[in-house]
Design a protein around this ligand. Structure first.
Ligand code: DAH
Length: 344
């Protein structure tokens, strides 16, 4: 009996002091296993007298139960403790500031193009596109630039073969639109797109750039309509205080033709290095659609008239954002592009 009491005290103490599940398992084997202490005690029963045996057996069984319960309790305690520790370790501090995902920004050329498109969509225009690989006829012939004209010079145009070339201006979209709608009126379209010229690339020239063409056809469309429209565009691009002026010019597909200047947005027209002290910046070409161009498309120039304009998107972006080299737009230098996040 003494032995039992001693074993009970010792065993319970061991179980209670045990602080990990693996050692607890070992204790279980030591006491309750096939070769464990309880089993040893059972063997000793043989040496006891007949009378003593039942009591001893009962006591050993009780002890076994005590150990089993104590081990189970300790196991539960250790498991809970382990779980608590893990929770503590893996705790997420939800009050920490998060990591901001890196967001891109619109390319400055896309931004200008969208601004212009938005303005004209608001005025009731639709957007039209055309192929970059174009027929000679749409790029030149129907724009009143016949064979042998200097504007067709091999120097300026990337020819593919025969009649095919890379369009040199979005006026090629204009002639396609005229052909598509003739003899219907009114027509109000904005035609954005890439154009190509055989230029050597430098700070102000690129063999590929972007233009936006505007075209309006209708009865009694007048030059004053062109002027009002372009003034609106100038204000949208360079601010509400801008005014415009027309200077006479020459394009084969418009008559009369004008070069359009916008009052300088840097000095407000006083004169600075950007406007070369003139107070004006040349921004685009425009004019009244040439009667011959209308005719070639299938319109009767006695019944309808129209205006057209062509603007270089890179030039507008360079002026607006103070960019001094056109090549920045095409280099994909993330440091350059990042500076436009401030316009978001
Ligand atoms: N196509 C001309 C160019 O590339 C730009 C232009 C001028 C377009 C006058 C027009 C216009 O529609 O009326 O230089």
């Amino acid at each position: 009996m003494e032995l039992l009491t001693k074993m009970k005290e010792e065993g319970l103490a061991k179980i209670k002091d045990c602080c990990d599940i693996a050692s607890l398992q070992q204790i279980k084997v030591d006491y309750l296993g096939k070769k464990g202490s309880i089993q040893e005690l059972m063997k000793q029963m043989k040496e006891l007298s007949q009378e003593e045996r039942p009591l001893f057996g009962k006591q050993v069984n009780e002890l076994k139960e005590v150990f089993e319960n104590a081990i189970e309790d300790q196991k539960q305690y250790l498991e809970e403790k382990q779980m608590k520790e893990r929770m503590e370790q893996e705790k997420i501090d939800i009050t920490l500031p998060g990591l901001r995902p890196h967001l891109g920004t619109l390319h400055p050329l896309t931004r200008i193009q969208q601004e212009i498109e938005d303005l004209f969509i608001g005025l009731g225009y639709s957007i039209a596109e055309g192929p970059e690989i174009e027929f000679d006829s749409y790029n030149f012939e129907r724009a009143n630039i016949p064979q042998g004209h200097p504007a067709r010079d091999m120097q300026d145009t990337f020819y593919i073969h025969g009649d095919l070339l890379l369009r040199t201006h979005t006026t090629a979209i204009q002639t396609r639109q005229l052909e598509k709608y003739a003899p219907q009126a009114p027509v109000m379209v904005i035609c954005p797109g890439k154009v190509y010229r055989r230029d050597d690339d430098d700070a102000t020239h690129s063999h590929q750039f972007t233009q936006i063409e505007g075209l309006v056809i209708g009865e009694q469309v007048a030059m004053s309509d062109l002027k009002g429209t372009l003034e609106l565009m100038a204000k949208k691009m360079f601010g509400d205080k801008r005014t415009i002026r027309f200077r006479p010019s020459y394009f084969q597909f418009t008559e009369p033709s004008v070069e359009v200047d916008v009052s300088c947005h840097i000095c407000n027209g006083k004169g600075c290095h950007v406007c070369k002290e003139t107070g004006w910046i040349e921004v685009l070409g425009a004019g009244m659609v040439h009667p011959h161009v209308l005719e070639m498309a299938g319109y009767d120039p006695k019944k309808v008239s129209g205006f057209a304009f062509g603007v270089g998107v890179e030039r507008v972006a360079m002026l607006k954002y103070g960019i001094d080299d056109i090549r920045h737009f095409y280099m994909n230098d993330i440091r350059f592009l990042k500076t436009f996040t401030r316009f978001e």
